[in-house]
Design a protein. Structure first.
Ligand SMILES: Cc1ncc(COP(=O)(O)O)c(C=O)c1O
Length: 363
């Protein structure tokens, strides 16, 4: 277990203003590369390679044609009604966000005060740590065990955590913790447990049912990956209404714009598109896993739309560089104690074949 106090004593002397110590001390989150020019095969940020449901673009066009003079619906009720029907809850169990990152921010701001503790697993989504740093909070990283499970340290009450994040499936590993184990974690933890299900549409199970019986479970969902809408910025969470009411005090008044609300509502309405897309991604994921294994990588079986692979005999950073020089972007990740590896998003069959073919020529 690693404890990290982010408040620092660093000097911060600008002429007319003073940046908070914890902000000047932190690095800031670095998002994956998003080249805006040139043609790349982009397999580095877990976007969906297929265009979204045609209903999405039609819905956005209708709103755009109607003009954007007015502020949007502050709570995005059109979306909440559809999401509530999908998950068999009332609409006051749903809160919408400008991407699920917005919801992770709102959750941190609501539950974790300055100097208090936020718990997260390691290695996992780096943004959680950044959110703690912005808040001036302490983040406590509990290391995954070698089989990507978490031991009882994750649920211990000893450091009085005020919030725990658990990405499920996890990134970069693509592994899933079962609903039963997560229910036990929620029962032991003395704080809200945020199950970040950004990738759950690609997995064999999810935890939305747990919200009904566990007041401290909050599930966040993203439309960026499984609905092919990373550029739209839309996510939502499911929690008990008492929690949704508190969180909505913290969000920006109009955190979702009118185009995003219309597009997201049309997307969640088209569950046939989602099912087809999921099947395609899962089929290509298997090809990617098999192809990487054939190249001698240790491949972690994935429940998400990306695959994590390490190599015991060959450094992987040069492979990442070689792919990039051929205009194929994947994610190279390095974890002290954990080794380094490639996280490759599941693209189209052609994109994955191009990636594997390039690796075959350079290895
Ligand atoms: C685990 C995890 N949670 C949340 C997000 C953010 O998703 P969104 O695009 O909905 O903000 C990501 C994005 O990569 C992620 O990997």
């Amino acid at each position: 277990m690693v404890e990290n106090r982010v408040l620092s004593e660093s000097q911060n002397t600008m002429k007319y203003f003073r940046v908070r110590e914890n902000i000047s001390a932190m690095q800031g989150y670095t998002p994956g590369e998003q080249p805006q020019t040139g043609k790349f095969i982009k397999l580095n940020t877990n976007e969906n390679p297929y265009p979204p449901s045609a209903q999405v673009t039609q819905a956005i066009a209708r709103v755009a044609e109607g003009g954007l003079l007015r502020y949007p619906d502050a709570m995005a009720d059109a979306f909440r009604i559809r999401a509530a029907q999908l998950w068999n809850v009332d609409q006051d169990w749903i809160l919408c966000g400008n991407g699920s990152d917005d919801l992770l921010t709102i959750l941190t701001r609501t539950f974790v005060g300055e100097g208090e503790t936020l718990r997260l697993p390691y290695p996992s989504y780096v943004l959680y740590r950044t959110l703690a740093q912005i808040q001036g909070a302490i983040y406590e990283e509990i290391h995954f065990q070698s089989d990507w499970t978490l031991n009882e340290q994750f649920t211990s009450a000893s450091s009085q955590p005020k919030l725990a994040f658990l990405p499920n499936p996890n990134s970069p590993s693509g592994t899933l913790i079962s609903k039963e184990v997560i229910a036990q974690m929620a029962e032991r933890l003395p704080c809200p447990l945020i199950v970040d299900e950004a990738y759950a549409d690609f997995a064999d199970s999810h935890c939305i049912e747990l919200v009904k019986d566990h007041e401290n479970v909050v599930v966040t969902r993203s439309l960026s990956k499984s609905y092919g809408l990373a550029g739209l910025r839309f996510g939502y969470l499911i929690a008990q209404p008492r929690i949704v009411r508190e969180l909505s005090k913290v969000k920006d008044s109009y955190n979702c714009d009118a185009l995003a609300i219309a597009g997201a509502t049309a997307a969640i309405d088209d569950q046939d598109w989602l099912a087809d897309n999921r099947n395609r991604i899962v089929t290509t994921r298997r090809r990617l896993e098999d192809g990487m294994s054939e190249l001698g990588f240790s491949v972690q079986p994935s429940q998400a739309n990306f695959v994590w692979s390490t190599h015991s005999e060959q450094p992987v950073q040069p492979l990442y560089e070689q792919l990039k020089s051929k205009r194929i972007l994947v994610r190279y990740m390095q974890y002290p104690e954990w080794g380094d590896g490639l996280r490759i998003s599941v693209g189209t069959d052609d994109q994955i074949e191009a990636c594997l073919a390039t690796l075959r020529t350079v290895m």
